[in-house]
Design a binder for this molecule. Structure first.
Ligand code: GLN
Length: 316
């Protein structure tokens, strides 16, 4: 199939596929452990697909803005790699999936050395937050924001204050993970636990739309190049590392299943967002707040699997 006829079929069929996937929403629920996320409309579903050739398709509830949550971890990982290189980052986090829930602390004590298995689980992302350069937590958060704004082509991108506060006030488990990391010396002498957590909560609560998510995905689909100018925003090697983690760990402990069914690098967040890409071809942003028991958007996963199946997008 040529790219032009694929885009034509996509444009024609996507509205029906979206409605079909929306019907799946009743099988899940919006996250409630961060109280502020519980208000999200459970049957919302929206998607933006941007092609590397400059076409763009936006459908469904794309007016809905939502917080990035775990999706942000892909980009803080990249920023930490840009700040410290591979050696600096992989002293603090491993490269392996856990098979456990995203907020599990089980393996931190079970396996030596006590570094988080990968940068996309909460423990790993908290360790990554400690690596972002800056003289204060505020400066670190501002650097993250500036980086995200450039990738999303959204100068006004910011964090949602209510979600940030809500998470910070209730994050007992993340706090215990962070103190555990401090005890294991993954967080070092100079790393104040509350300050590291503040950076983490703020990047998780950056508010975004499907369109902006798709733009960030498009940069990854272009191996780190700015879609407009062609300028390098991210070194290719770091995009490669990020994409590999997305395949092995991006959908939490449903990553293997998603790799078999869709075969695309993707990262989900507990606000219902999913960022996915077809390398060299498309950047995709999806939102559907109802989550399955693994913490992934039920309708969003359904829609991405449908698209990948129809167009044979699997990398494998
Ligand atoms: N901020 C969320 C948390 O730390 C992110 C988790 C997620 O999206 N899976 O629990």
């Amino acid at each position: 199939m040529t790219a032009a006829s694929e885009w034509e079929i996509l444009t024609e069929q996507l509205p029906a596929w979206l409605e079909e996937s929306r019907l799946q929403s009743h099988k899940g629920h919006p996250a409630t452990y961060i109280p502020e996320l519980a208000h999200a409309p459970a049957d919302a579903l929206g998607i933006t697909i941007m092609s590397t050739e400059g076409q763009s398709l936006t459908l469904g509830d794309c007016g809905l803005s939502f917080t990035m949550q775990s999706i942000s971890k892909v980009f803080t990982l990249i920023l930490a790699l840009m700040d410290h290189g591979e050696e600096g980052v992989f002293r603090k986090v491993g490269m392996e999936p856990t098979g456990d829930d995203f907020n599990s602390m089980l393996k931190l004590e079970l396996v030596e050395p006590g570094i988080p298995f990968n940068p996309l689980i909460n423990a790993g992302a908290i360790a990554i937050s400690s690596l972002i350069r800056g003289t204060s937590p505020a400066e670190k958060s501002e650097r993250i924001l500036a980086f995200f704004r450039e990738l999303a082509d959204a100068p006004s991108l910011s964090w949602n204050e209510a979600v940030y506060r809500s998470e910070s006030a209730t994050a007992h488990r993340n706090r215990s993970l962070a103190y555990f990391l401090k005890d294991n010396r993954v967080l070092e002498e100079q790393d104040d636990v509350e300050e590291v957590l503040d950076v983490y909560f703020k990047h998780c609560s950056i508010e975004i739309t499907c369109r902006q998510l798709a733009r960030m995905a498009l940069v990854l689909a272009l191996n780190g190049k700015d879609p407009r100018s062609g300028r390098e925003l991210i070194p290719r090697r770091y995009v490669q590392i990020a994409k590999t983690f997305m395949v092995s760990c991006g959908m939490y402990n449903a990553s293997g299943e998603f790799a078999i069914r869709a075969g695309l690098p993707a990262k989900s967040g507990v606000a219902g967002g999913i960022l996915a890409l077809v390398p060299g071809r498309y950047g995709i942003g999806v939102v559907g707040p109802a989550l399955n028991d693994k913490g992934n958007s039920v309708a969003g996963v359904h829609l991405l699997e449908k698209l990948s199946g129809e167009f044979d997008w699997s990398l494998f």
